[in-house]
Write a protein that binds this ligand. Structure first.
Ligand code: 4AD
Ligand code: MG
Length: 477
């Protein structure tokens, strides 16, 4: 007797064969029909048991959520909804699930409720589909870069530098929080800490990736990053995964081309390989949208949105053009924006980004050439002396999904920038070395992995696309 995953069995359909499957009970109807799922696919396998032949004690243990091994003959199904089913001859109960206490019952649970049961929520169709798409996207990302000749680089997770200069890091220490060693001024003496200096969890692998790009040419990182910003939004996590390609000799235009091609390629991959899950998620989204007022409903279904991104060019717009559009927009004039755009230099909020993408251009947008003042120190200064070669990719429903730039490769300009911003250049000696030894034009960007999973699955809250979300006041599990 051959053991199959349900996915395999439904694909191969070896009708007439004796087969064996393991899985969890989704539903059990009329003491006869078990819908079994093993996580390999969104589809369940119908198993028909002859309850008269089953022991009463075994029957009692077949409850929603219980784990079973079922063996029997695969036959063509008489009923609707499936083409094959198992005529079960033997049922072995690995473990039952008490219906009084098992929280995942065959009814609709709210996403909020399921967040509190994050260890069990992946047993629902929605979370299983999301996590399978997440896995496929991760594979597509590696495969895209590997095919294009990029090398995967592991940036350190514990770091002694603050890449974005944003002061929103999680400290890593082995000092005793109750009585840390103090120096003569009464400050904590980090020279006695594990690394002999202050260290933090990384906010980005970019600076280290730059060092590798300047030797291997084309590299990418794909790892966890951490930000201690207190943003309780549907698009921020304290721990999230980021993909950061970095390419020697690429300028900003080449960087935009890479970002667009990369994003389209990974979406194309899930369209091809995750059809069943995407169709399920599309249905879920349509259901969810029914409860929203007409004006807030999306004009496109999930699959239409994904195809739209793959088939259309991203609109490239300079920050200066974007500010003009926003300044003259209805929500700005009617003071509907929370932050009114008054002058050039204003930082864009997600309401502005979403206006540009969803209302004005109605397609993904790449904004570039931002004011130097609102961007990081390492971005290359333009000839106008006030803008930098930054780019953000903005997506419908998400806002910023990618942030990147051409890097400042000129030593003196970079040193001046670091000085102006009051950054300690002693911390960045190795980064400055790149500009001393064989410096060259280079560029890169960071894609927020969870924001991409949100886009691909249509999930509204970033907490629902990562197995165990870390957000302010929440690190359960
Ligand atoms: O725009 P960010 O901060 O850019 C960087 O970190 C650069 N070092 C990237 C580079 O040039 N190599 O972050 C990049 C992306 C954002 O566009 C967003 O998608 C995501 O990371 N991101 C977050 N995702 C979830 N939660 C957060 N708190 C995030 N902060 C940024
Ligand atoms: Mg950014």
């Amino acid at each position: 007797m051959k053991s199959y995953s349900i996915k395999e069995l439904l694909e191969k359909q070896p009708v007439g064969d004796s087969v064996e499957v393991n899985g969890w009970v989704k539903t059990f109807r009329s003491n006869r029909f078990i819908a079994l799922n093993d996580g390999s696919t969104i589809h369940n396998l119908q198993c028909v048991v002859d309850f008269e032949k089953l022991d009463e004690a075994v029957l009692k243990q077949i409850t929603t959520g219980s784990a079973l091994k079922i063996s029997g003959t695969l036959v063509e199904s008489q009923g609707k909804g499936q083409s094959v089913e198992i005529q079960a001859e033997d049922v072995f109960v690995h473990g039952t699930a008490d219906p009084e206490t098992y929280p995942i019952q065959p009814k609709k649970h709210s996403l909020e409720f399921l967040r509190e049961k994050a260890h069990l929520r992946v047993r629902t169709n929605t979370f299983a589909a999301v996590m399978r798409v997440r896995s496929a996207l991760a594979f597509a990302i590696h495969s895209y870069f590997q095919q294009k000749g990029f090398y995967y680089m592991h940036a350190p997770i514990i770091t002694g530098s603050d890449a974005e200069g944003a002061g929103e890091m999680f400290r890593v220490t082995s000092l005793d929080a109750k009585k840390p060693p103090l120096d003569e001024n009464g400050n904590v003496d980090y020279s006695e800490d594990f690394f002999g200096k202050e260290t933090n969890l990384t906010v980005s692998g970019q600076l280290e990736a730059e060092t590798y790009a300047m030797a291997l040419g084309k590299v990418y990182t794909f790892g966890p990053t951490f930000r201690a910003e207190n943003s309780n939004t549907s698009r921020h996590l304290a721990e999230f995964w980021m993909i950061e390609p970095e390419v020697a000799f690429n300028d900003l235009a080449a960087n935009m081309d890479l970002a667009e091609d990369f994003i389209k390629s990974i979406i194309r991959y899930v369209l091809e390989h995750c059809k069943d899950d995407l169709e399920f998620l599309e249905g879920r989204l349509l259901d969810e949208e029914k409860s929203k007022p007409q004006a807030e409903r999306s004009e496109m279904t999930l699959l239409e949105k994904l195809k739209f991104v793959v088939e259309n060019n991203f609109k490239r717009v300079s920050y200066t053009e974007a500010i003009d559009i926003l300044r003259n927009s209805n929500p700005n004039k009617k003071k509907k924006f929370q932050y009114i755009i008054e002058e050039w230099g204003a930082d864009l909020q997600s309401e502005h980004e979403r206006f540009l993408v969803e209302k004005h251009f109605k397609c993904p947008v790449i904004l570039f050439d931002y004011p130097a003042k609102i961007k990081a120190f390492y971005m290359r200064l333009n000839e106008d002396g006030k803008t930098v070669r930054a780019m953000d990719v903005l997506f419908p429903g998400i806002g910023e999904i990618v942030g990147g730039s051409q890097r400042e490769e000129r030593l003196e300009v970079l040193q001046q920038k670091i000085k102006d911003l009051g950054i300690d250049d002693k911390e960045l000696w190795w980064y400055l070395d790149l500009r001393k030894f064989g410096t060259a034009v280079h560029s890169g960007f960071g894609l927020g992995f969870e924001r991409m999973v949100q886009f691909a699955t249509g999930m509204g809250n970033i907490r629902d696309v990562i197995p165990y979300p870390r957000t302010p006041q929440n690190a359960e599990f």
